[in-house]
Design a protein around this ligand. Structure first.
Ligand code: ZN
Ligand code: ZN
Ligand code: ZN
Length: 179
């Protein structure tokens, strides 16, 4: 038994349209009467026919072999049963191959999202660094203003002390009658 995603194929010998309802690994062409082997030659996805056995489709590139999950033997994707052990290789397994592609796409999208998140986190980190820098700059300005005030206060104190000394000196000298 065999299954195809396509419903019909063209005879590679005479071009007659061959219905694939029979679901066998080979069909008899109603036009020329020849037995056309399908196993390892027909791509069940796009219907491309290969004149020699092929492991992947020359037209659509999809794998034309499928590993038996039971014994590991390679089978044609159209086979419903493993040629080695007879395990079922049904459409679910066929579709799983397609789901894997979707899964891969999902994974890629998840990765893209992750990268975007990382970029956002990175820009957040950049912003944080900028803010920290700005805060440090402002702290430095405040520290300098404080320092300047401190110096002014010291200068003022010194001036006050000098003025006081001069005043006391003047007072003493006046009292002493030097002037
Ligand atoms: Zn034919
Ligand atoms: Zn194909
Ligand atoms: Zn098997």
């Amino acid at each position: 038994m065999a299954r195809y995603l396509i419903l019909a194929m063209e005879c590679p010998l005479c071009g007659t349209n061959i219905n694939l309802d029979s679901q066998s690994a080979q069909v008899r062409c109603p036009g020329c009467g020849n037995e056309i082997p399908l196993r390892d030659r027909l791509c069940p996805y796009c219907g491309a026919y290969h004149n020699k056995t092929a492991t992947s489709c020359q037209k659509c590139g999809l794998e034309m072999t499928r590993r038996c999950p039971q014994c590991g033997a390679l089978n044609w994707v159209g086979d419903e049963e493993c040629g080695e052990c007879g395990a079922t290789l049904d459409m679910v397994a066929l579709l799983t191959g397609q789901l894997t592609t979707t899964d891969r796409l999902d994974q890629q999208m998840a990765e893209a999202r992750q990268i975007k998140d990382l970029e956002e986190t990175a820009s957040d980190a950049r912003m944080e660094r900028m803010l920290a820098k700005e805060a440090a700059r402002q702290a430095e300005i405040r520290r300098r203003i404080q320092e300047q005030k401190e110096q002014e206060r010291k200068a003022l104190t010194a001036t006050g002390i000098i003025a006081g000394i001069v005043l006391i000196f003047l007072l003493v000298s006046v009292l002493a009658g030097w002037f």
